[in-house]
Design a protein around this ligand. Sequence first.
Ligand SMILES: [Zn+2]
Length: 381
Amino acid sequence: MILYNLVLAGDNRAVNIKVDDGKITGFPEEALPDQLQLSFTDALVFPGLINSHDHLDFNLFPQLGDKFYSNYTEWGRYIHKNYKDEINAVLKVPIALREQWGIIKNLICGVTMVVNHGENVKIKERLIGIHEQYYFLHSVQFEKKWKRKLNHPLRIKHPVVIHVGEGTNRAAQDEIDRLIRWNLLRKTLIGIHAVAMSAAQAKRFKAIIWCPESNHFLLNRIAPVNQFKAVAKILFGTDSTLTGNWDIWKHIRLARKTNILTDTELFETLNRNPAAIWGTQNGEITPGKDADLVVARIKNNQNGMESFFAVEPKDILLVLHQGNIRLFDALLYKQLMHLDLSGFSMIHIEGVSKYVQGDIPELIKNIKQYYPDAGFPVDVN
Ligand SMILES: [Zn+2]
């Protein structure tokens, strides 16, 4: 496959990208013969986003909470008391359907790899990468026997990923110290949220997963990751729709507005940094890397980086996961109609038509059988 005339985010050069067997193989300067050729105008290309924190099965929930909380345990108790019916309505939907929607939520935003926090995902058909090579602990407060699990002598191959310091009070600070103190085998730790974390504590973590929108919604405070970036890699996460918008681009623009990271630093929390921490072959547009690529419309003649931060799901023209087309805008239909497109269905995002691999109308119909009030950000009629 060859993709022609794409502006690289952050670089502004226009390139052609060749993809073979799921990998990026080069930047041909001139047209080459190939079975599949796609030409673009005014389009941006960037590595498929890596969402380092989500709970795929929790993305049918609305945001739950109506005030700010001092930490996640207070919020957890509050929502179980005040939103019992809302929670039960969603949990009626079988987990496989909820996970499938979680994958689609990410895909339609241009996420090509997600780190799902929880047990391994049940479904086999994976339109995007689901990274599961880590040991998950929920949190110091909500994970039973966390000390024993943390120090399990056989679990040494992968990092331990845990929600930590999700709060603004003393308890949230103290739990970080407890976690560090009880990491007796000095396992590699990756902390999620870290709102209450200090720079000294951050030194004990290999990476921090920043979920600014979720932090802002729950705590009205955002983790000061600029204080951690010298000692830990910063990765970006959305968390689920329980605490944030379904659209990761809204989270990214909120993060950018805070000026906590520079544009380049923020960009790299979504690609290069997580690929290095998770040990995956994506996150860069370089020959030899996985062809996890997203092409989006450039609006208002903005340069590469400005147009990256302006992307909305409706602007996405193409999503490739390991060289496979997972989503394309109806604008590309004529260039793709010679392929077998029977496995794709059509959806509309703010009135813009996209073809997505899989039967999305059927998925939504199935979910509504269990949860008639489910709301979706896409239209399938
Ligand atoms: Zn979470």
